[in-house]
Ligand binder design. Structure first.
Ligand code: KG4
Ligand code: ZN
Length: 355
């Protein structure tokens, strides 16, 4: 079967077509087409994502991306069903005006092609993103349960426990800012461009190589609390006070702050994850979402699990938002419903959708 998937939850517009063959227990996925348009350049001057601007850009880009995607499978005329069996669309969480653009677009195509639509939870997409590839074929490997997923993105920081496929329970989450959000806000304080995560990471890596002990230290928020929750807002405020105290920021000081900030975030994430792994006797560890591309996080996670658990990260270009992960979830939801999906026009955007 062929699935067309659509992602518009934040500042990336994505459309892909996946073909799924083979038996249901061990399907072979093939990426027939994958188009992604990033709005980073448009939001960068504002230092963050503006929902109404994101909406306008998605509306503009969706038809362009669809044309490009269909062209890749040698179809041009959107009036003719390009033999798509299912449309999967992100319905939340995310920015509601942005989510609606994808949903409305999916519904229009569904009418035109007479194809059902299935709503997909973006965070479930991030979890299953670790099994995808952005081109060619892939299969889901054999996985031992329970799985623990650390989801770290611009909007979320969550520890999610899965005792089986498609079963999710949030066991811990950020009580305020998400990890990626903290990276973006601290980057802004350091006068670095948006998105701040990769910028901070670059400076932090340079500073780490010098092996110098920092001149200051930042707090590791909630690291010793007995639950699996996080808090990054206080850490961000500590950086603000530190910058005020220092006064003028030179390049060297920026690198030191970036490194100490990154250390504080990653230490907290890794410590809490370790405690959760022990408590729930985790066999497979997944780290996904935009922040999972952070080099230091990957290195520290690898050190922490030391081959005791199977540790999986998303492949190339699948850490940040994309529509391939939405197609993968769409397929499993389709299987779970045994193919019985109504041509649902009731799908709604839910900015705060939870597992
Ligand atoms: O998953 P994602 O693309 O979008 C959301 O669903 O939020 O995540 C974007 C977030 C941004 O906050 C960005 O700064 C962060 O991921 N990010 C990073 C890195 N690359 C992206 N944070 C730290 N280190 C990185 N290398
Ligand atoms: Zn995301």
């Amino acid at each position: 079967m062929k699935i067309l998937s659509i992602e518009t939850s934040c500042d990336e517009t994505g459309i892909s077509i996946l073909e799924i063959k083979g038996n249901k227990k061990n399907p072979i996925f093939e990426v027939l087409a994958n188009s992604l348009n990033s709005q980073i350049k448009i939001h960068a001057p504002f230092g963050g994502v503006y929902p109404m601007l994101a909406k306008r850009e998605h509306i503009k880009n969706l038809p362009i991306l669809l044309k490009k995607t269909l062209k890749k499978i040698a179809m041009q005329d959107i009036a003719i069903n390009p033999k798509i069996d299912l449309i999967a669309v992100t319905s939340g969480p995310g920015l509601e005006p942005a989510l609606w653009t994808g949903i409305v677009f999916a519904k229009e195509l569904s009418k035109k092609w007479n194809v059902p639509v299935i709503p997909v939870n973006h965070m479930e997409g991030h979890i299953l993103s670790v099994f995808g590839k952005n081109k060619g074929k892939f299969q889901i490997p054999k996985i031992n349960f329970p799985i623990l997923s650390l989801l770290v993105s611009g909007g979320h920081t969550e520890l999610v426990l899965s005792k089986d496929w498609m079963k999710y329970k949030i066991i811990g989450e950020s009580l305020d800012d998400a990890a990626g959000e903290a990276f973006d806000k601290v980057a802004r304080m350091l006068e670095l461009p948006y998105p701040g995560g990769p910028e901070i990471s670059k400076l932090a890596e340079q500073e780490r190589k010098t092996k110098k002990i920092p001149n200051f230290s930042l707090p590791r928020p909630m690291i010793y609390t007995k639950n699996f929750n996080f808090s990054f807002s206080g850490l961000k405020t500590s950086v603000l006070y530190l910058i005020k105290k220092i006064g003028k920021l030179d390049d060297k000081t920026k690198k030191e702050i970036a490194c100490e900030f990154e250390n504080a975030v990653i230490e907290t994430l890794v410590h809490k994850t370790k405690k959760a792994i022990e408590k729930y006797n985790i066999k497979t560890m997944i780290v996904a979402g935009g922040v999972s591309s952070n080099k230091h996080l990957r290195k520290e996670m690898k050190k922490m699990v030391e081959n005791k658990q199977n540790l999986i990260f998303p492949g190339k270009n699948l850490s940040t938002d994309n529509s391939i992960m939405i197609g993968i979830v769409g397929y499993f939801k389709f299987l779970a419903k045994k193919g019985k999906i109504s041509k649902s026009f009731k799908i709604k955007a839910d900015g705060n959708l939870r597992f």
